[in-house]
Design a binder for this molecule. Structure first.
Ligand code: IMP
Length: 195
């Protein structure tokens, strides 16, 4: 029988991507699949803290092996902001347009435009916690380019590329993204575990 593992998300895009990468050894369940309809708190002051908090919530309340992720954009000239606050940088909601507008305002006239996206995944299995990190370095553009993707994609140009994430296809972005790199490390670890 396949080992079951909860991914503490209901984001269909993330679930599809992770299921494809994990393959047949594990059955990846979503929060909906286990009947969890709670908005799990993410109040830690770091990406790792939030990932661990979400995974702990599932383990403590459902007793299941699980993993959770948290991502953010870290801009050098802004001291690492918006970082863990990326989703709610400009407003309380997930208003991507307002977040981009605020970021471009904060970066107005700034010559150091270096930034990185970072993802941390926390895995809790058999009472142990393992964290996996992925990052992609790049720079913040001075204006928006492209319409694909989500979040800060139109203003992030990865190092060594001419296009922003929002000008790339899903496949192009997934080949280099912070999330894909963290998931690849998670999958490599899962493959070492006995199902
Ligand atoms: P989450 O932890 O994956 O939900 O990401 C938190 C926030 O970081 C998102 O709401 C976005 O604002 C930002 N973010 C994370 N990953 C990306 C990405 O791949 N592109 C653009 N923005 C992202």
């Amino acid at each position: 029988m396949k080992k079951k593992l909860v991914f503490a998300t209901n984001n269909a895009h993330k679930l599809t991507e992770v299921r494809a990468m994990v393959g047949d050894d594990f059955e990846i369940l979503s929060l909906d699949d286990i009947g969890c309809h709670t908005d799990i708190p993410e109040t830690a002051d770091s990406l790792q803290g939030n990932a661990v908090m979400k995974a702990e919530f599932v383990r403590n309340n459902y007793g299941l092996d699980c993993f959770a992720d948290d991502s953010g954009l870290e801009v050098v000239a802004l001291g690492g902001a918006p970082g863990v606050h990326s989703a709610r940088y400009a407003t309380d909601g997930h208003d991507h347009r307002a977040n981009i507008a605020k970021l471009l305002r904060e970066m107005d006239g700034q010559s150091d435009r270096r930034a990185r996206f970072r993802t941390v995944i926390a895995l809790m299995t058999d009472g142990c916690t393992h964290c996996f990190e992925g990052e992609v370095r790049g720079e913040i553009t001075t204006e928006e380019h492209g319409t694909n993707g989500f979040g800060y994609d139109p203003v992030f140009r990865p190092e060594g590329h001419e296009k922003t994430f929002a000008e790339m296809s899903d496949d192009e972005k997934n080949a280099i993204s912070h999330r894909a790199r963290a998931v690849a490390k998670l999958v490599a670890h899962l493959k070492t575990m006995k199902p």
